[in-house]
Write a protein that binds this ligand. Structure first.
Ligand code: B12
Length: 439
């Protein structure tokens, strides 16, 4: 069957950082293995995304189209929605190729499956979560699919959803066939984000109050063998000259020993690559910080989220303020920059916690002041996503109503601390200016 995989618009305009759409390239690689003729379109790469879509549809004439809805909105308190261009994409396809099967998946879809299937009657099927097994199986039986994990389908006017799988065995992981989408197209676009994502594992065993990662990938950690991860990195460097990578793992440095194994393999092969990924503070020590730096870590990215112990506790971070400061002390001694993400105006915010938050930010600047290696402190309000503890809190506190449509940007930011973010941002901007003036 001719199958076209499309990454629908996921960034705000052409100037934004873009990422290689690893999800659809992995799926297309799988489908190729089953003998399908596949093609890929990343609309984010196109100056005229809808013109490119039309051209691709007419030239390739797919019988089935896989639409990836990765992002629902840009987060960061912004109010744009990627649902609008997604709806436009569906509309263009059904106008140009009304007979093609339309199947949707991706993280954005997986968070709102019923809502989207109900709201967009042109979607024939949806698949929640990882789709390496379900998608090829669905293509074999589009007229009358059997029970498949994660499948969303229509029965009359009803939407039926079967529970997704989070059990894909990472020992069977086949690295994406990059010939299907040349990484070179993504070179030189981004200023900050490494464009190529590498999956070292799936799954997250934490239960942070706002987070959907365990929902998306399951709670069980499923690691790829370090040598296989480094094989993928090595071949991307050799074949495409890619030197910077982002590990897509929810938390990169758990379980203990896995990232260490990857780093030892990188060093053993003498690869000169740079990489980053989100790490847990309580798993860092002098030894592994030094190893990560030697193996090419170019940024310690942290998401401690809570600006103090009360906030850490309410966000269920299972992390101590002292552990964050200890980790900051360790990474501050390296020549690698660090970035910290925090959430502002979390449930239970008071005058005291907000003042503590300000002091906490100041302490981080202080720790990093000697080497001037604090890349950024990123401050956001919480985007309320379905199925999270924060959603339940927001409902019980009357911050969202029973009929609030979470599909569109909705943040937890009640008064009276709804402007706290600006206060903290002003502080970080002033600190940055001070640091730059000194250096
Ligand atoms: C790594 C990551 C990043 C990295 C990417 C680096 C890189 N070079 O790739 C960074 C930090 C840069 C990043 C940035 C952003 N991200 Co991000 N990111 C992730 C993360 C942790 C993993 C994504 C990933 O690559 N997974 C591995 C691939 C293989 O899995 P996958 O894409 O899910 O694909 C599988 C399935 O979804 C499915 N599938 C995918 N497509 C399709 C299509 C069809 C037809 C079918 C059937 C199935 C299917 O099958 C695939 C294989 O199993 C997810 C959270 C998570 N745990 O999933 C958030 C996540 C996807 N990001 C999100 C967002 C919003 C963003 C940003 C907009 C945030 C921002 N303002 O910076 C940007 C946008 C970047 C962009 N250009 O798209 C949201 C999206 C949902 C939402 N809330 O809108 C998520 C879910 C996190 C969250 N907080 O909610 N991200």
């Amino acid at each position: 069957m001719r199958v076209l995989m499309i990454q629908t618009p996921s960034v705000e305009g052409i100037s934004q950082e873009r990422v290689y759409p690893i999800g659809i390239v992995l799926l297309a690689s799988c489908l190729q293995g089953y003998g399908h003729a596949v093609s890929i379109l990343d609309m984010n790469l196109e100056l005229d995304p809808f013109g490119a879509l039309r051209e691709k549809l007419l030239a390739f004439q797919p019988a089935a189209i896989g639409l990836s809805l990765r992002n629902i909105d840009p987060l960061g308190n912004r109010s744009n929605s990627f649902i609008t261009p997604f709806l436009a994409t569906v509309h263009w396809i059904t106008t140009i190729l009304p007979k093609a099967w339309l199947i949707v998946g991706g993280t954005g879809f997986s968070l709102f499956p019923e809502r989207l299937m109900r709201g967009i009657p042109d979607l024939d099927y949806g698949i929640i979560g990882e789709a390496e097994v379900t998608f090829p199986a669905l293509l074999r039986s589009l007229d009358n699919p059997p029970h498949l994990p994660g499948l969303c389908w229509r029965k009359g006017t009803r939407i039926k959803v079967s529970p997704p799988t989070t059990e894909f065995d990472m020992a069977n992981y086949v690295a994406a066939n990059r010939r299907l989408l040349d990484p070179v197209f993504y070179k030189g676009i981004n200023n900050y984000v490494p464009m190529i994502g590498i999956e070292a594992k799936r799954g997250c065993e934490l239960c942070c109050a706002y987070c959907v990662y365990p929902q998306l990938q399951g709670k069980r950690l499923r690691c790829r063998p370090p040598a296989a991860v480094v094989d993928e990195i090595e071949s991307l460097q050799k074949d495409y000259g890619i030197e910077r990578f982002h590990f897509t793992d929810p938390v990169l440095n758990v379980p203990r020993g896995h990232l260490e194994g990857i780093c030892e393999e990188i060093l053993h092969r003498k690869l000169k690559v740079r990489w980053d990924g989100f790490m847990r503070e309580d798993h860092l020590n002098e030894k592994n910080v030094a190893l990560f730096e030697r193996a090419g870590c170019e940024c310690f990215s942290f998401s401690p989220d809570g600006l103090g112990q009360e906030a850490l506790d309410v966000l269920c971070k299972n992390l101590m303020e002292a552990e964050i400061l200890k980790a900051a002390g360790l990474v501050a001694q390296t020549d690698v920059k660090s970035v910290y993400h925090f959430m502002v105006n979390v449930p239970g915010e008071t005058k005291e916690t907000s003042e503590q938050g300000i002091r906490f930010v100041e302490q981080l600047y202080e720790l990093h002041s000697k080497k001037k290696n604090l890349g950024a402190i990123v401050l956001n309000n919480i985007r309320i996503l379905p199925g999270t503890r924060i959603e339940r809190m927001a409902r019980s506190q009357g911050i969202i109503r029973a009929d609030t449509d979470l599909l569109y940007p909705t943040y937890y930011n009640p008064s009276p601390f709804d402007t706290l973010r600006y206060q903290l941002e002003t502080l970080t901007a002033a600190q940055k200016c001070h640091d730059e003036a000194e250096s």
